[in-house]
Design a protein around this ligand. Structure first.
Ligand SMILES: Cc1ncc(COP(=O)(O)O)c(C=O)c1O
Length: 378
């Protein structure tokens, strides 16, 4: 076949081969070092990562766990959230943010997002707080931090805690603060596709609070402060040494890789200037965006899904994060919500399109994605 399409290089949301090539032999050497050491769970690689990752975020402590969902689940337990408590979170996120609350028998109480940022609206969070609320769980969606100064003031006024979901916010900042600096704790995922990704799964809870870090170290290890002594009910969710070794290799590159994402994002934004049908989300003042995703709202007659399919036909693979808001998922049927309850989240679920963005994309790639999108989104 000699069609124009078959000759075009695909543009995907992630390029792991390019990342591996950029790192040379460092990843292989790190993995072999762990294999030769015989220390496969926790150990020196995990300790080094638990030192360096929180430091980069200006946070005192980090406790590595199995994945980002466990970080949320155990983070809530470490903050003392109990069955029956209310935890206020956003309806527009990956389902795990809300499911982690339900996992411990607490109630996810949803408050709508701002349509222009897709982030938890502090005024709506305030209205959702009641006498049973013990915690706020904002999500730093796509790599833009929620308004943590406003949420911190709200939590202090109501005497409740904050667990920040930073699964998409490695290295991101707002008003100079990173995830975990203003909240009582923050969580990260190191799933493969994240800005800092393991070769599989990984997660971390970061916190300024010594008591929360101590609780986390026990919760991830069978509630056990020392071998065969169990002071609380915990689980087995320990970061694996091979994953930590890989993360230790990649961590020194994170700030530069995020800087590259910001540069490509600025090019997208400039390309879409003046378009009525392709509207990038707003970036708030004081935000240093990590651009885990570069997200636009597609507002044309054709509709977002048809636009995504048209991009796919031209070898451009965009994502939809997320096609359904949390409250309309079948698993949330007992939470007491229905269609129309969160209009901004519902509209975003119909309109958002996450365009390819990663450090190994070229300016020409960004221009091709922009040109095709502007052409098809009519
Ligand atoms: C916002 C958000 N929260 C939580 C998670 C869960 O992380 P993990 O997949 O590591 O369990 C993710 C991962 O995709 C996420 O994007």
């Amino acid at each position: 076949m000699t069609s124009a399409t078959s000759a075009v290089r695909p543009i995907a949301p992630i390029d792991l081969a390019a990342e591996r090539a950029a790192l040379g032999s460092a990843l292989h050497e790190a993995v072999l070092r762990v294999l030769d050491s015989g220390k496969y769970v926790l150990g020196p690689e995990v300790e080094a990562f638990e030192r360096e990752f929180p430091k980069l975020h200006g946070v005192a402590h980090g406790v590595g766990v199995g994945n980002g969902t466990d970080a949320l689940w155990l983070g809530l337990l470490a903050l003392g959230v109990q069955p029956g408590d209310h935890v206020v979170t956003t309806p527009f996120t990956f389902f795990a943010s809300a499911a982690s609350i339900a996992l411990i028998g607490a109630k996810p109480v949803l408050a709508d997002v701002d349509y222009d940022t897709a982030l938890l609206d502090p005024a709506k969070a305030r209205a959702a707080i009641d006498a049973r609320t013990t915690c706020l769980l904002p999500v730093h969606l796509y790599g833009q931090l929620a308004d943590m100064r406003a949420l911190r003031a709200l939590a202090d006024e109501k005497r409740i805690s904050i667990l920040e979901d930073g699964a998409q916010a490695h290295g991101s900042r707002r008003d100079g603060y990173a995830c975990g600096a203003l909240g009582d704790a923050g969580t990260f995922s190191f799933y493969v596709t994240k800005n800092l990704g393991a070769a599989g799964e990984g997660g971390m809870v970061v916190t300024q609070r010594e008591d929360v870090a101590k609780a986390m170290r026990q919760l991830r290890d069978h509630g056990s402060p020392t071998k065969y002594v169990h002071t609380r009910i915990g689980t087995n969710s320990r970061l694996q040494a091979i994953q930590a070794a890989i993360l230790n290799v990649k961590l020194p590159h994170l700030e530069r890789w995020n800087e590259r994402r910001r540069s490509l994002a600025a090019r997208y934004t400039s390309n879409f200037k003046g378009s009525a049908n392709v509207a990038p989300l707003r970036v708030e003042p004081g935000v240093v965006h990590g651009y885990h995703q570069y997200t636009v709202r597609v507002r044309c007659e054709l509709g977002r899904d048809a636009v995504a399919a048209a991009l796919g036909a031209e070898q451009i693979f965009a994502g939809v994060h997320y096609p359904s808001p949390v409250h309309l998922q079948e698993a949330a049927r007992d939470w007491g919500y229905g269609p129309g309850d969160f209009p901004c989240a519902e509209r975003l679920a119909r309109e958002v399109l996450c365009l390819p963005i990663h450090p190994f994309l070229s300016e020409a790639d960004v221009d091709r994605v922009s040109e095709v999108l502007l052409r098809v989104a009519r």
